[in-house]
Design a binder for this molecule. Structure first.
Ligand code: CP3
Length: 354
């Protein structure tokens, strides 16, 4: 049972929401598929809309964010929209100085490294989330019975960017802080958890039918470190939406050893990257958990028959789980031919000759 108007209402019978609840589709035309980073540089209409607008400004302009969210739904016929935003948007709204540098990612003016740095992090005023809520409202009004996913970055991935001051290969500075000064680490993670929790809650209350927590870099951690130093904050983040009754997807890359622990923080669905076949992921989760994934983005530029065989293999392996939502193992590469994505959707829905 859900306390949430959109789940109880127009998206409740959608293929995505049905699959997230553990139902297998009776026929392939209702097999749900969407793509992480489906909105973005692979689409010419996105590049046109974004021309001359900084990434975070686009995220915080409701009409632009909504239009960009809708573009891949119109073009590909995917079974969900995902709000056009970024994991650093709530940090910016809290007053943290961050820019998204094209081709690089989020870059911060002041890395957070000490107890004093953490103590100086400003609280997020819930009123600051108004542009995000407006973008969600505009988008769900257009989407009708197609669900909109909200999302946020998990505390570990956010804290990694804050400590490193930008993208990093191995999250070494963040992992060092975790062990060198566990109290400061814990305070930073709790701050990230509450910012992420508020961001998720605002999206759900404005009308998203489900949310995905991105812990993109969790695979940098051992199971012991994940359990001790990351999972408690992810649980705290998800506790902000636990009363709303919407399904929660939890995704990371390189997380083959962490799948069970990632479910335990409060996820209904586990997102798997391309490194682990879905039947093996299902085995590791005891056959009880809905899975999402895991077409290797590298195949998107391979000859169609090679890609199609890979997609069929993913669908077959996903068939071992209680239910499966087809997706990529990570985001759409910017160089992807959008027609290929449209064709993958058609194949998943059974409209493409075998
Ligand atoms: O999936 C979607 O379509 C929704 C939009 C979305 C974006 N970022 C838009 C975006 C989502 C879900 C994210 C999440 C996000 N952002 C994550 C977690 C998912 C993942 O990919 O692991 C992370 C780690 C970030 C941080 C971030 N933002 C990175 C690493 C980058 C790439 C930098 C680059 O230019 O290569 C961004 C920028 C970003 N976020 C873009 C988009 C469409 C590209 C910026 C542009 O178009 O100018």
């Amino acid at each position: 049972p859900s306390n949430h108007p959109m789940i109880d209402g127009r998206t409740a019978q959608s293929p995505l929401v049905r699959a997230f609840a553990g139902h297998r589709p009776a026929d392939p035309s209702t097999r749900p598929v969407w793509f992480m980073r489906q909105a973005g540089r692979s689409l010419p209409e996105y590049r046109a809309t974004r021309a001359g607008v900084a990434m975070l400004d686009a995220c915080l302009t409701p009409e632009l964010a909504s239009e960009i969210t809708l573009q891949p739904v119109r073009r590909h016929g995917v079974d969900a929209g995902i709000l056009f935003s970024d994991i650093v948007v709530p940090l910016r709204l809290a007053g943290v100085a961050v820019e998204i540098v094209p081709g690089r990612g989020p870059v911060f003016d002041h890395p957070v490294r000490t107890a004093a740095d953490v103590a100086a992090l400003p609280p997020l005023d819930p009123g600051a989330l108004a542009p995000v809520e407006e973008a969600v409202r505009l988008t769900v009004a257009e989407l009708g019975s197609t669900p909109l996913l909200g999302f946020a970055g998990a505390p570990f991935t956010l804290a990694s960017y804050l400590v490193e001051g930008g993208p990093s290969k191995d999250q070494l500075a963040a992992r060092t802080l975790m062990h060198a000064d566990p109290a400061t680490w814990r305070a930073l993670m709790d701050w990230c958890a509450d910012v992420t929790g508020a961001f998720l809650r605002a999206q759900v209350l404005a009308g998203t039918s489900a949310v995905q927590l991105f812990d993109s870099w969790a695979g940098a951690l051992s199971l012991a470190d994940y359990t001790a130093h990351a999972a408690p904050a992810s649980r705290r983040a998800l506790s902000h939406v636990a009363d709303l009754g919407v399904p929660v997807v939890h995704f990371g890359t390189g997380t083959g050893e962490l799948l069970g622990a990632m479910r335990e923080v409060g996820a209904d669905v586990v997102g798997v990257d391309h490194r682990l076949p879905l039947d093996e992921a299902n085995r590791r989760l005891g056959g009880t958990t809905v899975l999402q994934g895991n077409v290797d983005p590298a195949y998107l530029a391979a000859p169609w028959e090679v890609l199609a065989a890979h997609v069929r293999d993913v669908v077959e392996r996903g068939g071992s789980a209680p239910a499966h939502v087809l997706n990529l193992g990570h985001g759409v590469p910017p160089t992807t031919d959008p027609d290929v994505l449209t064709r993958v959707v058609a194949l998943a829905h059974g409209h493409e000759p075998a």
